[in-house]
Design a protein around this ligand. Structure first.
Ligand code: 13P
Ligand code: SF4
Length: 313
């Protein structure tokens, strides 16, 4: 089938099956264009809570599908490619967190949404990059906190809140790779440009940023800003939405560090990019790649997600 034919079929199927297609900003242009809803991790979770569709096709990565399934246990949640994992979620295994938790009694466990359902089941409060600062600030001063798994987001939150949370030593392979040297050079070449960076980037890059926030926060800033030029340090899928919302502005992706001359000028998450229109059509048509979370895990994991959704209002 051609791309056009997939679009016709996906449109027919979503109507027939009362399905909703949700996509993260890191998806390809084709998937963002066909989605009913595009958002950051928090918005996707909030949208899942609201939907009255029977099927949710989550065009993102596995943990996003799990989060939607935990929020909507009675709905069928599908993802286009079961191999769409996440290096950050993989950096925190539930058994390791359980052992760390046992060694640190009295600590509140805050986990980034980029974690498996098993890790969420061990967590007190879930956060995303949109609400992590607000949620940490809302806890009493002096509360003992373990924050995981992203050491970069955690150390950024420690810095802005003055807290001393213990940090899990995990990171996202995409955000860690942005080149500080290349960004410094781009800043020289574009002195008027504002630097927009995701807090998953390493601290040596974040010190060069004008705005640090989730994909949604960076997009909102770009829409409202008077400036016309932006250097963007997050997965390049967001550039599609930025250019669409601000056709008169220029967005330049910050490149990754080059390894022995290999690299590209953008920074794409190989997991997010596994999803294609063809796979989206296939999973919706066959109702395949369904996400399952055991009742036992879901019952525990929903507690930290609900706390997050409540604290984000
Ligand atoms: P946000 O969706 O919170 O901006 O996080 C980005 C991310 O890394 C998702 O994998
Ligand atoms: Fe995970 Fe990083 Fe990809 Fe986001 S960009 S899904 S954190 S690997």
């Amino acid at each position: 089938m051609t791309g056009e034919e997939y679009i016709v079929e996906i449109n027919r199927l979503r109507k027939e099956k009362n399905a909703v297609i949700m996509a993260h900003y890191y998806q390809t242009k084709e998937i963002q264009e066909i989605a009913d809803f595009i958002g950051d991790s928090l918005a996707l979770a909030q949208q899942a809570k609201k939907t009255d569709a029977d099927i949710i096709v989550l065009c993102g990565v596995h943990f996003m599908g799990e989060t939607a399934k935990i929020i909507c246990p009675d709905k069928k949640v599908l993802i286009p490619d079961m191999n769409a994992g996440c290096s950050l979620a993989d950096s925190c295994r539930a058994e390791d967190l359980a052992a760390y938790k046992a060694d640190h009694p009295g600590y509140t466990i805050i986990s980034y949404v980029n974690t498996s359902a098993d890790v969420k089941a061990l967590t007190d409060i879930c956060v995303t990059s949109s609400n992590a600062e607000k949620i940490v600030r809302s806890l009493p001063e002096g509360e003992k906190i373990i924050f995981g798994p992203d050491r970069n987001l955690g150390s950024y939150i420690n810095k802005v809140t003055g807290r001393e949370m213990l940090l899990w030593n995990g990171a996202c392979h995409v955000h860690e790779k942005f080149s500080v040297t290349a960004l410094a050079q781009l800043k020289k070449e574009h002195p008027q440009a504002k630097v927009l960076a995701h807090p998953e980037c390493k601290s040596s890059l974040l010190v060069l940023a004008d705005v640090i926030g989730s994909t949604q926060a960076l997009l909102n800033y770009a829409i409202k800003a008077e400036e016309k030029e932006f250097l963007v340090a997050t997965e390049s899928g967001i550039l599609f939405e930025m250019k669409k919302a601000c056709p008169d502005k220029t967005f330049i992706p910050v490149p990754p560090e080059m390894t022995e001359g290999v690299g590209c000028s953008c920074n794409e998450c190989n997991y997010m990019r596994l999803n294609t229109l063809e796979k989206l059509y296939k999973c919706l048509n066959e109702e395949s790649n369904e996400i399952h979370v055991s009742e036992e895990v879901a019952e525990k994991a929903i507690v930290c997600i609900d706390r997050m959704l409540e604290m984000s209002k």
